[in-house]
Design a protein around this ligand. Structure first.
Ligand code: FES
Ligand code: FES
Length: 164
């Protein structure tokens, strides 16, 4: 038997949105299927690949493992909410310049996680970057370019002082 539905009020990318969702609906279900925010990817749907990472109150969170009802009243940010912002531009540029994205399917999850790391720790060591990104899997690469992109962004941001 499917779980009952109720109206949830979620704050996504700065906008308050209402959705009729089942108690068992995950945040990933609601973001992609109800709000059309398809930048957040569905990979394993089991909490093992990191493709579905978003930020909730600034912390990276796997949306496939999070019930939508759990994040009512919290600030949810997806890749659509970061794109085009001043804060995000250097990371996006470094990602492209380093060639960190091959097929790109994993990139939104990596970027959300890397952005959260850089806001908490503006000058992470290589080990700290590796640790932060340990839950994000990419089947295309040896991660060298991804780590390089985060390091490059930290350097640029330190010089230009443009991150929060
Ligand atoms: S889809 Fe959420 S961790 Fe893989
Ligand atoms: S770039 Fe292809 S899975 Fe990461």
């Amino acid at each position: 038997m499917s779980s009952p539905k109720r109206i949830l009020r979620l704050r996504v990318n700065g906008h308050l949105k209402e959705v009729l969702a089942r108690d068992a609906s995950t945040l990933l279900d609601v973001l992609r299927d109800s709000f059309g925010l398809s930048g957040t990817k569905r990979g394993c749907d089991l909490g093992t690949c990191g493709c579905c990472a978003v930020q909730v109150d600034g912390e990276p969170l796997l949306s496939c493992l999070t019930l939508a009802a759990e994040v009512e009243g919290k600030e949810i940010r997806t890749i659509e909410g970061l794109s085009g912002t001043e804060r995000f531009a250097p990371l996006q540029e470094c990602w492209a310049n380093a060639g960190a994205s091959q097929c790109g399917f994993c990139s939104p999850g990596f970027l959300m996680t890397a952005d959260a790391l850089l806001r908490e720790n503006a000058q992470p060591t290589r080990e700290e970057i590796q640790e932060a990104l340990a839950g994000n899997l990419c089947r295309c690469t040896g991660y060298v370019k991804i780590i390089q992109a985060v390091q490059d962004c930290a350097k640029i941001s330190a010089k230009e002082g443009i991150r929060e």
